[in-house]
Design a protein around this ligand. Sequence first.
Ligand code: HBI
Ligand code: FE
Length: 279
Amino acid sequence: MNDAPHAADYTIPQGWEHYTQAEHDTWLTLYDRQTKILPGRACDAFLHGLAALDLRGTGIPDFRALSEKLRALTGWQVVAVPGLVPDDVFFEHLANRRFPAGNFIRRPDQLDYLQEPDVFHDVFGHVPMLTDPVFADYMQAYGQGGLRAGGLGSLSRLARLYWYTVEFGLLRTAGGLRIYGAGIVSSATETVFAVEDASPHRLGFDLRRLMRTPYRIDDFQQVYFVVDSLQDLLDVTVNTDFGPLYADLAASNDLAITDILPDDQIFTRGSQARVQVVA
Ligand code: HBI
Ligand code: FE
């Protein structure tokens, strides 16, 4: 892909040579803070991916070198974008095994939270899981599904699948629940909250039920969904005919975020003690 900005696909040159030492230091600070708390909380696939890609380095990774390693493992590459891109552009990238990552990094006074995904959220949070062959297939299948959903006017439902898996998903393991969601694994506070706090519900992954569940973007999640394996997640996504599912969902009302249904598999019935912290 040539580096000139393509308005059509929103890719831009990463500009790796322009990062300041302060920006590289922010990356190292965030990296060291997260890697202290992730063992025992993040899933093996994430931790193995982090090591395989040598993501600490000397600061913000150069997407060219990172893509070389990633391409050799699962055929994925990382392309630079200015920030959130339109859904159809995003899906097109995923469907072609290109992960669009913001090229900017948060300021030192924003270490704990920022709304727009920066390079730490996108590369530290999302990219290690792309070294897992099953998850790599899932992300491409998600992109292909997204391109189809666009035509079916069901993007908001499909966005919930992304939100409750790729961003905030938990995995059941013999050692207990582990994180694979990028939004959790890139956040120092939510990493602990998601696996240990008594407040949120933790429910078994059920595609139809999940797609009826709204989410919020300005605080920790009030419900997390747990998959039995990444293979299950891939199988469900590949084997579901989303057309009839969307039709069925269109006829179903949304659930309240804190609802628990009679046939929910309950790992944690949360206290919901954490009220929304006004950002
Ligand atoms: N754009 N760069 C970028 N990164 C995302 O994670 C992203 C996006 N656009 C849309 C989007 N995510 C969500 O709407 C997905 O649910 C599709
Ligand atoms: Fe993200």
